[in-house]
Structure formats: structure tokens, C-alpha cells
Write a protein that binds this ligand. Structure first.
Ligand SMILES: [Ca+2]
Ligand SMILES: [Ca+2]
Ligand SMILES: [Ca+2]
Ligand SMILES: [Ca+2]
Length: 419
């Protein structure tokens, strides 16, 4: 109570004195300015986690691709059976789970999970013979339009005989440790009843109940049509790339206003309060928090386009420090380290995103963002992960899928007139 009376007295004194004559200001009569800070999750929503391409794989050749993936992730891919009109090899529409029910990475031969699919976009001709199949057609997208749906070739009665899948394609997956996998597609069709190249294709890592390339018994997308008829992947690639990438919430965080940063000590050891904030999004060890999204009524993380906001009073000579966990990490947080609230004596106003940095709390070993088993969305409980005995440092080399700060978060500050 005494504090608030004092503040009011100082504020009114300040108002009068600033009206009178600024040169008479003493530290006790500095104007009090009210600030509102808004923190917005600026990630662009994405449907899938990561994606890439495969090239032409001729009989006897192989191609490998690598990616990071976490529990809950699935692999999907498609590559054309070139000696056909619109057939392709790939897993079922919902993909292949990359971890088993116990959370162990899958490894080994995936061939038994593959199928030969008919995209339903071009009338089938006899494989290896048809004049509208890529080795013989006059141009791309040549053939009789089918207006069908994507079906297993075993459910298409076209009267033709196809080489046994296991004589044509063999796909293996290796777990390289951590969250990294390598998939190898082997074209073994040299000794099959019909040898065929595999055309350039697409792969994508996604979540459960997603159908990034096609859906069984539904019409093919334009992108899949290009892949399946001509190995023309540009459209599907553009669509998958636009819809793939890291997306992370930000967790409830902490701030302080004063002459020094009481939230984190750059190059110092993290406090237990900061450790909980950075590893588990728990700011309860700090005096000042922002916990409830403006769009909600209870403490929660903010998802893309959601915001936290908080208001405080400050006087010239004071600084704002804050921290909010990048949830798809082990102990990374985005922070402001003593942001001057009165640069050149003027109250700070506007977008101050450029004053934020990504920090590593130095308390837990880092995994690939969005995939690590010990990161908040996937870990078995708080404070789970390999202990790191480091300092709070700026994280200048995060995993390659982490966007620039301005594509993750936006922070603005509004200063109101003196009270
Ligand atoms: Ca067809
Ligand atoms: Ca064709
Ligand atoms: Ca770390
Ligand atoms: Ca952890």
C-alpha cells in the first residue's frame, strides 16, 4: 500500500515538475511512463514437418535421402513406375510411422509397406508397351484422361500384368542416431519381368492422420498427376515445400523492469527458475510473468498469431528484460536482455523484435528442433533430458529448420503518456 501511494505521489510530482521545468527534475521526480508489451507468435502455420525430392533412379541404381524426425512423425514418398501411364510406388496414404509404440526408431527393410498405386489420371496401357508412357510418349501429359481415383493397382482391373513389387523396388531405412534417419530406394528391376526406371519423386515427413501426397480412393491432386504420369514434380514440390517446416508455440514467460536483467544472466549459469522456464515453459520462479494468451482465459502457450501482453510502469534509466521458451527445443528461449526503455530519453515505442535474440539456457543438451525426444511437446515429463553444464549463451547455430527470429516472434511496445 505504501508503495502504491509513493508511486502516485512521485507520478503527480513528476507531472507537475515536468510542466514547470524539466531542468528541475531530480531522480525522485522522473516521469513515470506506462508501457504495454505485446508478444506475438509469428510462425507461419505449416501442415508438415519436412520434405524433399528424389531424382531419376535407373535399374541397378539407388538413391538415399536423410531427415530428422521425432516420435509421432510419419514418412511418405512417391516415385513413378516409368514404364506405365500413371502408376507410382509408395507407402499407404497415411505414411509409415517412424517410431514404434515404445518410442524406438524403426530400422530395416520397408519394402513390405510399399504398394504400386494407380493415380487414376490416365488410362492404363500395357506396361512397357503403351505409346503414352514416358519412354515412348510424344510429350508430357499425353494419354487418355481417366477421371478416376487413386487406387491400389491390385484393385484396378485393367487386364495387364505387372512385375512383382519386391522384384522392382526395395526400400531400407537406417536410424543414424539421435533423430536422424536415412532412407535408401534401390531400383532392383533389372531382373524383374519388366525393368523400369523410377522417375523423380517426393518425400515428406508428417504427423498422424495426414495424407500429404494422396488419399486412397480420392481424386489425385494436379501435383501427384504430374509425378505419376511424367515424373514432373515441380507442382507437388512447391506445394509440399510451402506446407512444410518447423512451427513452435511459445510458452508462458517472465519479464523484469529495472536497472539490470533479473531474468537471465548472459554468460552466467542459469538459475533454477530460468531452467524451468527454458526447459519446460514454467515461469513460476519469477516475480513477473505473462502466462495467459490474450485469446484465452487460462495459462497456455501461444500458437501462431496468438499473443501475450503485459503492462508496467517505468522511468528513464530502466530496462526491460524478458524470456519465453521456444517450445520445440530443449532449453532455448527467445529473450530481450536489458532493452533500454528510454533510448535518447524518449519512451520506447513500436516494433522491437530486432532487439530479441535466441538463447540457449545451457542446462539441457540440444536435440534437433521439433524432433527431439526430450523436448517439451514429446518428453515424458518436465526436466527430462541430458544435463548440460553450460552457461546462458546466444544460440547462433540452431538446427537448420529454425527460422530467423522475425519469422518466429514479434514483439511490440506501446508507451502511454505520463500519468
Ligand atoms: Ca491409370
Ligand atoms: Ca502419359
Ligand atoms: Ca542447451
Ligand atoms: Ca527436456
Amino acid at each position: 500500500m505504501r508503495n502504491s501511494i509513493l508511486t502516485t505521489l512521485l507520478a503527480s510530482t513528476a507531472l507537475f515538475s515536468s510542466c514547470d521545468n524539466n531542468e528541475n527534475n531530480t531522480p525522485e521526480t522522473l516521469p513515470v511512463t506506462s508501457f504495454t508489451v505485446t508478444i506475438e507468435n509469428a510462425f507461419t502455420p505449416k501442415e508438415f514437418y519436412t520434405t524433399g525430392n528424389t531424382g531419376l533412379i535407373k535399374p541397378g541404381e539407388s538413391e538415399s535421402f536423410s531427415f530428422n524426425a521425432g516420435t509421432g512423425h510419419y514418412l511418405n514418398f512417391a516415385t513413378m513406375f516409368v514404364q506405365s501411364n500413371d502408376l507410382f510406388y509408395g507407402p499407404d496414404d497415411s505414411g509409415i510411422a517412424l517410431y514404434d509404440a515404445d518410442g524406438n526408431a524403426i530400422t530395416g527393410d520397408l519394402t513390405s509397406e510399399l504398394y504400386l498405386w494407380d493415380a487414376g489420371t490416365e488410362m492404363n496401357e500395357e506396361p512397357g508397351i503403351g505409346v503414352n508412357q514416358p519412354p515412348r510418349q510424344s510429350d508430357a501429359n499425353t494419354g487418355i484422361t481417366e477421371n478416376g481415383t487413386v487406387k491400389l493397382i491390385s484393385q484396378v482391373n485393367d487386364g495387364f500384368t505387372y512385375p512383382a513389387l519386391q522384384d522392382v523396388i526395395q526400400v531400407e531405412i537406417a536410424h543414424n542416431g539421435g533423430t536422424q534417419f536415412t532412407v535408401t530406394i534401390n531400383n532392383i528391376s533389372n531382373n524383374a519381368s519388366l525393368a523400369t526406371p523410377f522417375a523423380p519423386g517426393n518425400w515428406v515427413v508428417h504427423s498422424a492422420d495426414q495424407y500429404p501426397i494422396f488419399k486412397r480412393n480420392e481424386a489425385s491432386s494436379i501435383g501427384l498427376e504430374g509425378l505419376a504420369e511424367d515424373g514432373a514434380t515441380a507442382t507437388l514440390t512447391a506445394s509440399l515445400e510451402e506446407n512444410s517446416g518447423l512451427v513452435s508455440p511459445f510458452a508462458p514467460g517472465a519479464y523484469n523492469v529495472g536497472t539490470e536483467n533479473l531474468v537471465f544472466n548472459l554468460n552466467g549459469t542459469a538459475s533454477s527458475a530460468l531452467e524451468a522456464l527454458a526447459e519446460d515453459g514454467d515461469p513460476s520462479g519469477f516475480e513477473n510473468h505473462f502466462t495467459t494468451p490474450d485469446q484465452g482465459s487460462a495459462p497456455a502457450p501461444i500458437f501462431p498469431s496468438q499473443t501475450y501482453s503485459f503492462t508496467f510502469d517505468a522511468t528513464d534509466g530502466q530496462y526491460l528484460s524478458l524470456a519465453t521458451m521456444l517450445v520445440q527445443s530443449n532449453d532455448w528461449f527467445i529473450g530481450g536482455d536489458a532493452i533500454n526503455l528510454f533510448p535518447n530519453g524518449q519512451a520506447l515505442n513500436g516494433d522491437i523484435t530486432s532487439q530479441l535474440l535466441l538463447f540457449d539456457g545451457g542446462t539441457e543438451e540440444d536435440e534437433y528442433a521439433g524432433a527431439g525426444t526430450n523436448q517439451a511437446p514429446r518428453q515424458s515429463g518436465p526436466n527430462t533430458g541430458t544435463t548440460e553444464t553450460g552457461s546462458v549463451i546466444e544460440e547462433t547455430s540452431p538446427s537448420s529448420n529454425v527460422p530467423n527470429i522475425e519469422n518466429m516472434i514479434r514483439i511490440s511496445i506501446t508507451s502511454n503518456a505520463s500519468e
